[in-house]
Design a protein around this ligand. Structure first.
Ligand code: PMP
Length: 451
């Protein structure tokens, strides 16, 4: 499939969308969604024949790129054989998906509870931790996103929580490490790590360790800013959890399955949580799928005592068939290795050069194909280019930046005062360079807002 112009068809799609589709995170009258006609690899295209290099991966999802032929074929084959089966049955593709995920996740995370999405994975991980410990509270960081269902949005620390912040019973937020805007006034990674761990330990002492079921962290924070933890931080949190009998949950919904240049971000630091949540990259979102990888110890809690939770679509066969095909193709085609190499050799160095050239770029950070470019009014004061708000990209400078990218054929990921460089893990060197060159040009728009 290649782009071809059919503006009339596009207009009809758009008209029906505006008449009947209720969009997420938006004032319905204020949006103007692009009608998309097709996609392949690192690109998608509209009905006017415009092609876009996808630097967003559809909410950091299509790690294997758009329309991978082996994954599409696996879904088609499964659809012809068996589409719907309740979770209580054993079925080949579900068993194989669980086996592969257990093999890839760190340590003894050997049992897989399947969900349809990341938020459901988080909801179930928290429920497992509360039942396992018999304790009520859960700690999560301010700079985080864990999903938009009841518990997940309350665990979320960033402004997206504000409108739903009415039922935070049992949730306590704390500051994770972030040297560029250090909550601890640290000036080195070592200091940041040490002070962040001390802060968490102090907070636990005053909340009461015996009341805390779990600490949930994004291994590398995603939409709230691509925050890579300093060396020693995750191991320190692991140690704190062990000391107090607290369940350690790592949320790898966004960071998992290759995004950071490792199968799981936890692999970079050799840390194993008790529960690991995943979604997105497990099958690049070709069919909705998420889940919780569970340690032997927590699984044991539910060996004789029933687990009181479930979903009609848990382990959906089309989703599991696509996960098996995705994981196998990622292994065969060395997709994770590609993400690591592109990050190290192309995206990292080029973004650092871009930061030097543009007054509006305060910081660049990331790993693999998971990078943030943080825009500021003034490099010295680090004042964010736009204030923190609950509406994500709904602000003039960032909207102008996004429009400048789109005019040049790049689809960016924009959130508050940042653009995230999050293309497919399969992106080639020349595609990455093409996108970064457009980003470089578009940043002259935001330079105009700087001191
Ligand atoms: N956790 C993290 C770290 C995420 O990035 C997201 C989604 N961006 C979620 C949970 C929620 O996933 P979903 O939107 O599939 O419910």
């Amino acid at each position: 499939m290649t782009p071809h112009a059919d503006p009339e068809a596009g207009a009809a799609v758009k008209a029906a969308d505006r008449a009947h589709v209720f969009h997420s995170w938006s004032a319905q009258a204020a949006i103007d969604p692009l009608a998309v006609a097709g996609a392949e690899g690192s690109y998608f295209w509209d009905y006017d024949g415009h092609r876009y290099l996808d630097f967003s991966s559809q909410l950091v999802n299509t790690n294997i790129g758009h329309q991978h032929p082996k994954v599409v074929a696996a879904i088609q084959e499964q659809a012809g054989r068996l589409t719907t089966l309740a979770p209580g049955f054993a079925v080949d593709v579900r068993s194989e998906a669980a086996r592969l995920i257990a093999e890839l996740t760190p340590g003894d995370l050997n049992k897989i509870f399947f969900t349809n999405a990341g938020a459901e994975a988080v909801e179930n991980a928290v429920r497992m931790a509360r039942l396992h410990t018999g304790r009520p509270k859960v700690l999560s960081t301010y700079r985080s996103y864990h999903g938009a269902t009841a518990a997940a949005i309350n665990l979320t620390g960033d402004p997206r929580r504000w409108a739903s912040d009415t039922a935070t019973a049992g949730v306590v937020h704390f500051w994770g490490p972030f040297l560029y805007r250090s909550p601890f006034h640290a000036t080195t990674e070592e200091e940041e790590c040490e002070r962040a761990l001390k802060h968490l330990d102090d907070l636990i002492a005053f909340e009461g360790p015996q009341s805390i079921a779990a600490i949930i962290l994004e291994t590398v924070v995603g939409t709230a800013g691509i925050l890579v933890p300093p060396p020693g931080y995750l191991a320190g949190v692991r140690e704190i959890c062990d000391r107090y009998g607290i369940v350690f949950i790592l949320d790898e919904v966004m960071a998992g399955f290759g995004r950071t240049g490792a199968w799981f971000a936890a692999d970079h630091w050799g840390v194993t949580p008790d529960l690991l949540t995943f979604a997105k990259g497990v099958n690049s979102g070709y069919v909705p799928l998420g889940g919780v990888a569970i340690s032997e110890k927590i699984a044991e809690t539910f060996a004789t005592r029933p687990y009181p939770g479930g979903l009609t679509y848990s382990g959906h066969v089309l989703a599991c068939a696509s996960a098996v095909a995705t994981i196998n193709a990622m292994r065969e085609e060395k997709v994770v290795e590609n993400a690591a190499e592109i990050g190290e050799k192309v995206i990292g160095p080029e973004l650092r050069d871009i930061a030097e050239r543009h007054p509006c770029v305060g910081d660049v950070r990331g790993r693999g194909v998971f990078w943030a470019v943080e825009l500021v009014k003034d490099k010295a004061t680090r004042e964010p280019l736009v204030p923190y708000n609950a509406a994500g990209a709904d602000n003039a400078p960032m909207a102008e930046f996004a429009a400048a990218c789109k005019r040049r054929g790049l689809w960016p990921f924009v959130n508050m005062n940042r653009t995230h460089v999050v293309p497919a893990c399969t992106i080639t060197e020349s595609e990455a360079k093409e996108g970064l060159a457009i980003l470089d040009e578009a940043l002259t728009v935001t330079d105009a807002y700087c001191a």
